[in-house]
Ligand binder design. Structure first.
Ligand code: FAD
Length: 419
């Protein structure tokens, strides 16, 4: 049996950050990843000469984002063009007056969440009955949370909002490419899904189809949906972790990319919401980085319905919505390049976590170590930067710091804890 001091399970942003923290320390460690690539939900594909992010794309809270810092230190160019999320290209189907009304509806909703939060902690209960922009608010919740407002904890939502800095940057070379390349030189084993962790003996044993690995300590950095459906099991079981993970499900957000022939009439870095009166609408980012491409985004119930329809459904829906807004000529000018289907990927089962109503405290429950030898990391473990790649990074570093303390290789430092 192979043996290491620390085994890190899951090669996404959190697992990679944990492994990086161990570099240069006096211990042996290994990062095991089920799939044949690193990065997890950070995934850049190069298509038609463009690096396209099928998972995370925006360096949120970029002014305090450790991935932005790493990009800067590595000399990687950062694009600081502000996002166009609140704009509608040429006011198509959404006049300026309507955009203002819809924005005010969102602001009023947010004020109600803060000033008079529903006793149930369920965000949908803060909707104003009959407000004509409720569909728009649902569409936004789909993009932001990957879930309908009826599935959303107010306390959790506000914990994120209170910490985000609204500074959002991008990387032309891809956020996924930055994150996966951050693992260069680290000890990694790809194609090694951990099925279960035996914690009965003094040494932990992680079982993979390629054999078992013994470890004094393990950092578990897999998505909540994997833990909730026991895609990774513990023996004896850890029901408090399975339950916490189930109450922090991954919502669904998907992307699709369309190559755009004759892009010149479209101003780069502009946005179109397909239909602000439809909660299942797509949102379309026109010509990011001035490229001849449209990045399509689907969230929540709309994303789920399209994914259930099967491969190609999101791309076809996007083309129809864009033709409706921009004219029938567009049908010939758009070529499908790629689409994500994160809900159907067994190693993920969704896109990013949200807390169900009343369950915001589950993030701390999930993040708590077991017996000072099983540690948890991953975006869902962050109490205020969840659902992001930088939140994942922080939890990975926090878990690694806790392991170093437990092994007597570092002193406790409360400032290092992920919030
Ligand atoms: C469409 C989309 C858009 C997004 N947009 C943004 C954005 O703009 N900005 C942002 O900051 N964030 C965004 N996110 C969220 C961000 O990508 C994630 O929060 C972050 O990448 C999660 O990192 P993680 O390490 O917690 O988990 P993951 O990236 O999911 O990594 C977990 C790893 O564990 C592996 N694994 C699973 N089971 C096992 C097992 N049994 N054994 C071994 N390995 C296993 C998986 O294969 C995976 O590689 C987006 C996500 C999606 C899907």
């Amino acid at each position: 049996m192979n043996q290491v001091d620390v085994l890190i399970v899951g090669g996404g942003a959190a697992g990679i950050a944990a492994a990086r923290r161990f570099q240069g320390e006096q211990l042996s460690f290994l990062l095991v990843e089920a799939s044949d690539r690193l990065g997890g939900r950070a995934f850049t594909r190069k298509l038609a000469g463009m690096e396209l992010d099928l998972g995370c794309g925006w360096l949120h809270s970029a002014d305090r984002n450790p991935w932005a810092k790493l990009a800067q230190e590595s000399g990687i160019a950062i694009d600081r063009t502000p996002p166009a999320w609140r704009e509608q290209f040429a006011e198509l189907g959404f006049s300026l007056a309507e955009q203002r009304e819809a924005a005010e509806a969102f602001a009023a909703f947010d004020r109600r969440l803060r000033d008079s939060p529903p006793a149930s902690d369920c965000a949908a209960e803060a909707l104003e009955p009959g407000n004509r922009w409720n569909c728009y608010l649902e569409a936004l919740s789909g993009y932001i949370n990957g879930a309908e407002l009826s599935q959303l904890s107010v306390a959790d939502f506000l914990a994120y909002e209170d910490r985000e800095t609204e500074v959002n940057w991008r990387l032309q070379g891809g956020y996924g490419a930055l994150i996966s390349s951050a693992a260069d030189g680290l000890p990694v084993s790809l194609g090694s899904p951990v099925g279960w962790i035996d914690r009965r003996g003094s040494l932990l044993e992680a079982h993979t189809p390629n054999g078992s690995i013994g470890a004094k300590m393990v950092i578990v950095a897999v998505p909540t949906n994997v833990l909730a459906r026991e895609g990774l099991r513990f023996d004896p079981p850890l029901p408090e972790k399975t339950e916490a993970a189930a109450d922090l499900p991954l919502g669904l957000a998907n992307k699709a990319f369309l190559q755009l022939d004759r892009p010149e009439p479209f101003e780069p870095d502009t946005q179109l919401i397909g239909d602000p009166r439809n909660p299942a609408t797509g949102a379309y980012y026109l010509r990011p980085f001035a490229r001849p491409v449209i990045e399509c985004f689907f969230g929540g119930a709309g994303a789920r319905a399209l994914e259930a329809e099967g491969e190609g459904a999101a791309l076809a829906f996007a083309v129809d919505q864009l033709v409706g807004l921009l004219g029938s000529d567009m049908r010939r000018r758009l070529t499908p390049l790629a689409e994500s289907r994160w809900g159907s990927e067994p190693l993920f089962g969704g896109s990013y976590s949200h807390a169900l109503p009343g369950e915001a405290a589950c993030r701390a429950i999930l993040a708590a170590p077991v017996e000072n030898r099983i540690y948890f990391a991953g975006e869902a473990c962050s109490r205020s930067d969840f659902s992001t790649a930088h939140g994942a990074y922080q939890t990975g570093v926090a878990a690694a710091e806790a392991v170093l303390v437990a092994l007597g290789l570092a002193h406790p430092d409360e400032d290092q804890a992920a919030d």
